[in-house]
Design a protein around this ligand. Structure first.
Ligand code: NDP
Length: 344
């Protein structure tokens, strides 16, 4: 098939694009500049390059952002990943607007100008699933039925995290609203992953450019948490980027799947577990890895009052997913960063 992937140069999207190409699809990726597009091409294995092109969409949040690329091609599917995911963005609207309007723009363009588009896969997030107010929520099992109750007011309170939670929640809600109201020809699948870890396949200029979620993981070994306490997890769930990419690709490929929301999570983890794995696997850098547990954690690094878990059975059943263990995610991230580490 011929598929459009938005935000193509990102961490998740790069895995999605490579997987699509390996599966024999023709891929058009949107990127924000020709520099990013050329960097993407350079990373595509040579034998797959013939099926890959990029187009420039500088800002997915601008009106009609996707009209031209959809008018000029005959896509049979879209995978929409582009969303700003950067804690350095201060203005809540700079996170909210591209996320929400980017989603409505792609839906509208596909509906108006993509007669043969049969599938719209949207990268949502567990940010639209998990409730911040409920905190650790001991005993709760998150599923596709859960929605983050964040209000528009809270999303605009100036905290980057709140803007991001709001962006993902309101963007996904607008997709489901669009489906009900506009009844497009295509099925809509939303993919809700929590923390995504694993090999960085995307172009990186330097170690400082690592994507937000891997940066959290990498902080356990690069010295930035040295001598500090291991904190309680803010989010208790995680998934490997390859499983997350598989979810997108299977959702795109699978005929007759129907419209669905999927929580794509391997399970729970603790920051202590992450620290232990880094210390064990990279003993020469063990002194960088924090050891002391913050208050409120059991010796195993669990919140003393307990925590929520997740039910990933829908993704296993309908998408056939099997989830990688976190140790593999960590080791493969480190392998992917080796060339940059040896330059640094
Ligand atoms: P990245 O930052 O690596 O990727 C985001 C991509 O979106 C980049 O290619 C970025 O381009 C592009 N982008 C951002 N804003 C705009 C805009 N206004 N117009 C056009 N393109 C834009 O992050 P991830 O790969 O981690 O995120 C991909 C998706 O996965 C996002 O939707 C994110 O919300 C979601 N997600 C990620 C999780 C994680 O832990 N990583 C967890 C759950 C969901 P550029 O780099 O050029 O700015």
């Amino acid at each position: 098939g011929k598929v459009l992937v938005t935000g193509g140069s990102g961490f998740v999207a790069t895995h999605v694009v490579h997987k699509l190409l390996r599966n024999g699809h023709h891929v058009t990726a949107t990127v924000r500049s020709s520099k990013k597009g050329d960097q993407m091409i350079a990373l595509v294995p040579e034998n797959l390059r013939a099926n890959f092109v990029y187009v420039i969409v500088e800002d997915v949040g601008l009106p009609g952002a996707f009209d031209k690329v959809i008018q000029e091609n005959d896509f049979d599917g879209v995978i929409h990943t582009a969303t700003p995911f950067d804690p350095k963005i201060q203005d809540p609207q700079a996170t909210l607007k591209p996320a929400i309007e980017g989603t409505t723009n792609i839906l509208e363009a596909a509906h108006k100008y993509g007669p043969n588009i049969r599938k719209m896969v949207i990268t949502s997030s567990c940010a639209s699933v998990i409730s911040e107010e409920k905190g650790d929520w001991p005993g709760h099992v998150y599923t596709e039925a859960d929605w983050n109750p964040i209000t528009w007011e809270a999303a605009n309170d100036g905290s980057w995290a709140h803007a991001y939670y709001g962006a993902k929640t309101y963007a996904e809600k607008s997709a489901w609203k669009f489906l009900v109201e506009q009844k497009p020809n295509f099925e809509v699948v939303t993919i809700c992953p929590p923390y995504i870890f694993g090999p960085a396949l995307q172009h990186l200029d330097s170690l400082d450019a690592i994507n937000t979620s891997n940066a959290v993981l990498y902080s356990y070994i690069n010295g930035s948490l040295k001598g500090k306490e291991i904190q309680k997890n803010g989010v208790h769930l995680w998934v490997d980027v390859r499983d997350c990419a598989d979810a997108h690709v299977v959702a795109y490929e699978k005929q007759g799947l129907g419209s669905h929301r999927f929580v794509i999570a391997a399970g729970t983890f603790t920051n202590k577990e992450v620290a232990d794995i880094f210390r064990e696997k990279y003993p020469d850098r063990a002194s960088n890895v924090p050891t002391k547990l913050a208050e409120g954690l059991t010796p195993e690094g669990e919140p003393v009052g307990g925590k929520y878990s997740v039910d990933n059975s829908k993704s296993r059943k309908l998408l056939g997913l099997e989830y990688l263990p976190i140790e593999q995610s960590i080791v493969d991230l480190m392998t992917s960063l080796k060339p940059l580490e040896s330059k640094a």
